[in-house]
Every structure is written in structure tokens, then in C-alpha cells.
Ligand binder design. Structure first.
Ligand code: PMV
Length: 323
């Protein structure tokens, strides 16, 4: 039996603009994870089980867009395996789906890792390879993903990311001071594919306005990167709130996200913004020890459905990697 796992993620800066080549910054949510368990199946066939979704099917009966089936087929293709053995693959996830926390990417990365190890292909498992395979799955579900979700769940470190051809620019980096964040769920599910598609339609209609917004997001991400590396927590907060205002201009916020951002700031958060595709999903608020309880209470009274807390910890510096 082989078990593997991958984390959820939050986007700290630059969602949407990242699709158009601007830099973005994301971090793993390491205590909220997806898991995959791969076992030999005593019966013929490859059984795909997702207990959370009440789903138990054979690969041979699965639709081509079935999330787990797509991962198995992708791995088979990437590793050039003619015939797979009889297997049971079970996935579970603590990451809420369709809420901007990278649940789809984390499930795909967990299955890729567990399946590769189970098949004796562990030598393939660099972070870059896992990220690349996960990206192929993201394309099926999200249309034109930038690649930031698969990168951060595969590398499991804060990353500075720029979409680029032929290879994305990926720099894992270290924050200088711990960052305490509250991640509050609106309870509204939204489809990343739909929201990204809607931004694209608006960009096509008015590319000059949208390019200016995207460039401002890019400048914020670059300034934020310096502030994160310098440990300037107050500036990081301010930049988050500025980024939220730009996301409002893109029309990807909505009343509940705006309300949660407002109440978090009023209760003393250093900064707050939506995180991910928007139109629902989660927002993040940067807090200090002094205000954490007040901000959390304010978010709950504004009807946040769930609040996760996470601390992005300073880690040792990692060399830049391609991928
Ligand atoms: O998957 P989500 O909801 O976290 O959104 C991904 C971030 C976007 O920038 C909106 C899309 C992308 O592919 O980068």
C-alpha cells in the first residue's frame, strides 16, 4: 500500500493577472491536505474510490473528464506504461472544493505521487515533474490555468511565479517573519474556469483598462515579494488590501467577499483580500496575535462559513528552480 499527500494553497498576490503574464505569489496551506492511497486490487481492473463524493467506479467505466481517471491516464502516458496492474486508488481531501484553495490540484498531485511510488517510478518524482503532470490535469478542469496552483501544491513552499513560455519562472522563496493568516470561507462555491473565462471576455472587450489593472497587480506582487523578504508585515497587509481593490475592478469580488474584507479590516487586520478565482470561495486576512481573536469573531459575525488559520513560517532559502 502507498499513501501520499499534497497541501491546499492560498494566493497571496496576483490571481487573474498571473494568467496574463504578471507575477503572483502563493503559499501552501500545509495543514489542509488531499490524500491518495494506492493498493493492489485482488480483482481485475483499476478501481477509483472517492468516499467524500460517494463515488466508486472502475477506470474502464469512467468519463474522460473524471478527476482521478484523468490523473491515472496522464501518469500512464507520461511514464510510457503500456499496461497498468490491477489497483485500488482511494482519494480523500480536507480542502473544500470549488473555493479557491487548490483542492483539484492537490488531489491530482497526491494521486500522481502515490501512484508513481506504487508503480516503482519514485525516481520520476521531482517537484517539477509532479507540478508538470498536475498542470496537465488542471488544463482539463480549468481551461487556461496559469500554472500557479500546481506549482505551489507540488513544491509546497511559498513561490513567486511568472507564467512564461516555454518554461514558467518559479522561485520558491522564504518569508523573513512568520505571517499569520485567517482564511475565511464565504460558503459560496464558484467555478475557476467560469470566472477566468469571464475575465477573459472583459479583457477582450476593453484590453487597455484590463492590462492596466493587471500591470498594477504585477507591481503589487513585486513590491510584496520585497516586503515578504524584508519582513515588513504592515506593508504586506496594505498591499493585500490594494490587490483586493484591483480584483474588485476586475469584477471578480462579490458582496460577501467585500463584506468579509471590510469587517476584517475594521477589526484590526493588517490587510485583507479575496484569494483565488473569486465570485465566492475564500478571503484571507493578515493578523497579529493582538487582533486575531477580534478579526476571527468579526468574520464569524459577518457569516463566514468556516475559518482556517495558517502561519507561513520563515524557511531556509531555496535555490531558484526551473519548472
Ligand atoms: O483555483 P483558484 O480558484 O485558486 O484560482 C486560480 C487563480 C487564477 O489566477 C484565478 C487562475 C489561474 O489559473 O491562475
Amino acid at each position: 500500500m502507498t499513501i501520499d499527500t499534497a497541501p491546499g494553497k492560498i494566493i497571496l498576490f496576483g490571481e487573474h493577472a498571473v494568467v496574463y503574464g504578471q507575477p503572483a505569489i502563493a503559499a501552501p496551506l500545509s495543514h489542509v491536505r488531499a490524500y491518495a492511497v494506492v493498493k493492489n486490487n485482488p480483482n481485475p481492473g483499476i478501481r477509483l474510490i472517492a468516499p467524500d463524493l460517494g463515488s466508486d467506479i472502475l477506470l474502464s467505466d469512467a468519463d474522460t473528464d473524471d478527476a482521478i481517471a484523468a490523473v491515472v491516464t496522464q501518469l500512464q502516458k507520461a511514464a510510457n506504461i503500456q499496461e497498468l496492474p490491477d489497483l485500488t486508488i482511494t482519494v480523500s481531501s480536507q480542502i473544500p472544493i470549488a473555493s479557491g484553495l487548490g483542492s483539484g490540484a492537490a488531489i491530482a498531485a497526491a494521486v500522481i505521487r502515490a501512484l508513481a511510488v506504487h508503480l516503482g517510478l519514485g525516481y520520476l518524482l521531482t517537484d517539477e515533474w509532479v507540478s508538470d503532470q498536475t498542470y496537465e490535469i488542471e488544463k482539463i478542469h480549468h481551461g487556461t490555468p496559469s500554472g500557479i496552483d500546481n506549482t505551489v501544491v507540488a513544491y509546497e513552499r511559498p513561490v513567486y511565479f511568472v507564467r512564461h513560455q516555454p518554461r514558467n519562472h518559479i522561485e520558491p522563496f522564504a518569508v523573513a517573519k512568520p505571517l499569520r493568516l485567517l482564511v475565511a470561507d464565504t460558503g459560496i462555491r464558484s467555478s475557476t474556469k467560469d470566472v477566468v473565462g469571464d475575465v477573459r471576455r472583459q479583457w477582450e472587450l476593453d484590453s487597455s483598462t484590463f492590462n492596466t489593472i493587471f500591470e498594477s497587480c504585477g507591481r503589487i506582487a513585486n513590491t510584496a515579494r520585497q516586503a515578504l523578504e524584508a519582513g515588513d508585515v504592515a506593508q504586506i497587509g496594505q498591499l493585500m488590501t490594494e490587490n483586493h481593490a484591483l480584483l474588485q475592478k476586475m469584477s471578480v469580488s462579490e458582496p460577501k467577499l467585500d463584506r468579509l474584507v471590510e469587517v476584517a479590516l475594521a477589526a484590526g487586520a493588517l490587510g485583507a483580500k479575496l484569494s483565488g478565482a473569486g465570485r465566492g470561495g475564500n478571503m484571507i486576512a493578515l493578523v497579529t496575535d493582538d487582533v486575531e481573536t477580534a478579526v476571527s469573531t468579526a468574520l464569524l459575525s459577518a457569516n463566514a462559513k468556516n475559518i482556517l488559520t495558517t502561519t507561513i513560517l520563515p524557511t531556509k532559502n531555496f535555490p531558484p528552480q526551473g519548472g
